[in-house]
Every structure is written in C-alpha cells, then in structure tokens.
Design a protein around this ligand. Structure first.
Ligand SMILES: Cc1cc2nc3c(=O)[nH]c(=O)nc-3n(C[C@H](O)[C@H](O)[C@H](O)COP(=O)(O)OP(=O)(O)OC[C@H]3O[C@@H](n4cnc5c(N)ncnc54)[C@H](O)[C@@H]3O)c2cc1C
Length: 431
C-alpha cells in the first residue's frame, strides 16, 4: 500500500507532535503485515488521545482508522469481534442497536479499541477492572509478521503479559470482547464535604456499582457520582442534557476557564461558583454508555496514577493539602476513580484494588512544577502511572512498582529484538 508523506501528527492535548516519514492507514490485515515488513522503525497510533509521547514516530506511523469494522456479533455467547481500529463510540452505538453493551467504560469514547486497551484505560467502580478485562481474545501481528491469537484462558500467561502492551509487542488486529445485555444506570450525583467523602469512601465504594468523585480545587466540596444498574424507565430530559451537559459543562466551563486564565487568583471563586451547580442533587436514569461518558472536556494537561486502595484515606487529605496550600492555582476538575485488581502485567491495578488520583490543569503555566510536586506524593505512596498520561519517572522506578516489569521487558526483547516498535518513550520506560 502507498504511504502518505508529510502527515503531521498532533495528539488530542496538542502537547505532542511529529511528522513521520511515512503514514499508513491500511484496510486489510495483509496491508498491515506488508507495512510492518517494509520498515525498520514504526509506531502505531489510535485516536491520539494519549498525553504522553507514546505514539511519536520518525520513520513510519500506522493508524487503523480504516480498519474498524465489526466482524461478528454473537448474541448467544454475548461476544463481539471487531477490527482493532474501531472507536469505542462506534462500538457502543452498534452494540446498543443489538441490545448489548460493554459492562464498563471510561469518561469518553473517542479512543480506538486497541489504543484504549494498550495503555490500560479504565473506568470506575471497585467491582470493575480496567476496560481490557472485557477482552476474550485478540490477534497480535508480531514485528516479524507472524500472527498469534491470544485467548484469556487458553493462553492465560501470555494473554496477561500482552494485553496492556504500549504498542511495543506488535499490532493488535482483531479483538473479541465479552458484552452484556444493554442496561441502564441510575445516576445520583450530589455534593459532600471533601473530608466527609474521604471518611466514607469505603462504604460508598461498596454501596454502588460505580463511584467517582470530582473535586473543584481550592473548595472544600466533593461532587460524588454514584451509578447503579436499574431496570426502571429512562427519564433523563433533553432540556437537562442541553442545559447541563452542553451549555454549562461545555460552553460556560470553557468561558470560565478563559476568565480564570486572566488572573489566577480568580480561580478559587470561579471553582466555588462552579460547585454550586451541583448543590441540587441530580437523579437521572439513562443508557449505560451515556452515563459513563461525559461531555468532551476542554484541552488540559493530565497525569493520573493508581494507588493501593488501602492508602485512599491517607492519600486524599495529603493531595488536597498539596493543591490547596502549595503554589499551584488549578482551574481544572480533579478526578478520583476506583478500579478492581487484575492480573495484567502492565496494568496499573496489577494485583491491587486501586484508587486513581491525578493532577489536571487547563493551563500550561508551571505545569512541570505541578507534575513534579504530584509525582513526589505519588512516589511516596508507591503509585503506578497511567501509560497514556504524563509522568517523568523511568525504568528505575517502574521496574520496582510494576511487579511484572521484568517478564514484560523480556518478552518485548524476544518479540522485537531489533527494536522495530521502539521510540524514545519505550526506550526510556523499558531501558
Ligand atoms: C479527553 C480524554 C479523556 C480520557 N479519559 C480516560 C479515562 O476515562 N480513562 C482512562 O484510563 N484514560 C482516559 N484517557 C486516556 C486514553 O484513554 C488513553 O491514552 C488511550 O490509550 C487513548 O486511546 P487512543 O486510541 O487515542 O490511543 P493512542 O493514544 O493513539 O495510542 C495509545 C497506545 O496504543 C497503541 N496502539 C494503538 N493502536 C494499536 C494497535 N492496533 N496495536 C497495538 N498498539 C496500538 C499506540 O502505539 C500507543 O502505544 C482519556 C484521554 C483523553 C484525551
């Protein structure tokens, strides 16, 4: 297949760019294999929704936007097989037409299926593992062009090593996911005092199917989102969706971020004003994927780490102190989520139930200092960074905190001895 030249890649957050010599958008598996054979250096890119430099390539870049078809839906086995370039939103809509759904999702659905799973993308709910846990099997086209099918039970050890793969083991080509009958969620969103939310976090986690919290920095309030499965009728109104999800959450929020960038001291009152929008608790029932996904956030910088859930009660107050009493004036919502332990080698939740915590800001001003300060806290609590977000720790730290780092690095070396799929990011992480 013919390469496109001069293609400029910019990620969603606009903090990473490159112009690879060749850019490919194959439509068949044969084309993927041909492209792999043609280059000595190549990286895959999904929707470019990672903040980190994970996708950057000099020589060649491979994108599967045109390799995105649903291949089979098995309503009896409750499984869907799709080409790996499909976007999560396409998958959600197609599944819904067949009365099916993914059991858990992250905050948005713009990512490609392979891209989301390769970095360990997660949603929230202590009974739910990262999104990749829904994968039954997938095919990997290895750097030497050989195709391998990996099944979660039959090839357990290798499957667990390869699921979160950072795009450095091969090209994920087709994926079969376990799905469930379409379902509805009752969303009850309300305000709590920050400290009360922290003190009650364990009980809330076990009371609800999904729990997440939003903290508007420099306020003492937490917005608590609880989602529970229900068979009751949907009742979310179009007017509420337009007013809250579009006018307030998208347009008004962007306007206020702009106002707050004129003077950083205005951020506290702005955040206090924003939090007032949540004073009236929200009760709504909607299709699951519409509840999991939130309106597209404004451009922002982001780091996010997973910590052992047992640290939540100590970590959350320290985090608040760091942000409220440090030099930083943050304008963006800080998100706190939860995920169940798993056995995937490079999953940040490997063998521990986790609380996710990060630093988010829609302002580049002193971002590196904020990242540094947050990392100091994260390191003290043995955090594991999200591979698709920003972080500065390298192989020394990661090889200690990721307990399966050694076997993964060894497998990468075996599958890709010449470093065909390596870039600076993989080099730094895996040494
Ligand atoms: C607005 C926004 C909201 C987000 N919300 C969440 C969230 O709720 N939860 C969460 O955990 N993360 C979230 N993220 C992060 C995001 O889910 C991850 O960074 C994800 O990896 C991005 O998917 P992508 O398709 O854009 O992949 P890319 O960023 O393009 O690529 C990610 C990795 O996948 C690899 N890759 C892509 N295609 C293939 C393939 N076919 N075979 C092998 N490797 C491949 C790439 O080489 C790279 O290593 C969010 C990001 C944004 C911008």
């Amino acid at each position: 297949m013919k390469a496109k030249t001069g293609h400029r890649f910019t990620n969603w957050a606009k903090n990473q760019q490159c112009t690879p010599g060749s850019y490919y958008q194959p439509t068949t598996e044969q084309e993927i294999t041909d492209v792999l054979a043609r280059h000595s250096k190549i990286r895959m890119v999904g929707s470019g929704h990672s903040w980190s430099d994970i996708c950057l390539a000099d020589e060649a870049m491979l994108n599967l936007d045109n390799y995105n078809r649903i291949l089979h839906i098995d309503k009896e086995k409750l499984q869907v097989t799709a080409q790996a370039g499909i976007k999560l939103w396409q998958l959600n809509e197609e599944l819904d037409k067949h009365g099916l759904a993914l059991s858990n999702l992250g905050s948005i659905a713009k990512q490609s299926l392979a891209g989301a799973i390769s970095t360990g993308t997660h949603g929230t709910g202590i009974g739910h593992q990262i999104l990749g846990a829904q994968v039954e099997q997938f095919t990997l086209i290895k750097p030497d062009g050989e195709k391998q099918l990996l099944h979660r039970e039959k090839d357990k050890e290798l499957f667990n090593l390869c699921l979160v793969n950072l795009g450095c083991l091969g090209v994920v080509s087709e994926m079969t996911l376990n799905v469930i009958p379409a379902f509805q969620l009752q969303d009850h969103t309300f305000l709590m005092k920050y400290d009360d939310a922290v003190n009650h976090v364990e009980e809330m986690l076990h009371e609800h199917d999904h729990l997440k919290m939003w903290w508007f920095p420099h306020t003492d309030k937490m917005v608590v989102y609880t989602y529970n499965r229900t068979t009751e009728t949907r009742n979310d109104s179009r007017l509420r969706q337009w007013f809250f999800d579009e006018l307030l959450s998208v347009h008004m929020y962007r306007l206020l971020l702009g106002v707050g960038s004129l003077n950083r001291d205005w951020r506290k009152p702005i955040n206090q004003m924003l939090v007032k929008n949540f004073e009236r608790p929200l009760q709504r029932i909607e299709k699951s994927y519409k509840v999991f996904n939130v309106p597209e956030p404004p451009l922002h910088r982001e780091t996010e780490w997973a910590f052992d859930i047992k640290h939540a009660r100590a970590l959350l107050p320290e985090y608040k102190k760091l942000i409220n009493h440090g030099p930083h004036r943050l304008n963006f919502i800080q998100e706190i989520r939860f995920t169940k332990a798993d056995n995937f080698a490079l999953s940040p939740c490997y063998q521990r139930d986790s609380v996710w915590l990060g630093a988010y800001n829609a302002d580049n001003f002193r971002w590196n200092e904020l990242l540094h300060d947050f990392e100091q806290l994260a390191i003290r609590y043995n955090g594991r960074p999200h591979w698709g977000k920003e972080f500065t720790v390298g192989a020394n730290y990661l090889s200690v905190e990721y307990l399966q780092y050694g076997p993964f690095a060894q497998l990468r070396q075996t599958l890709d001895p010449t470093g065909k799929l390596m870039n600076a990011y993989i080099q730094k992480l895996l040494g």
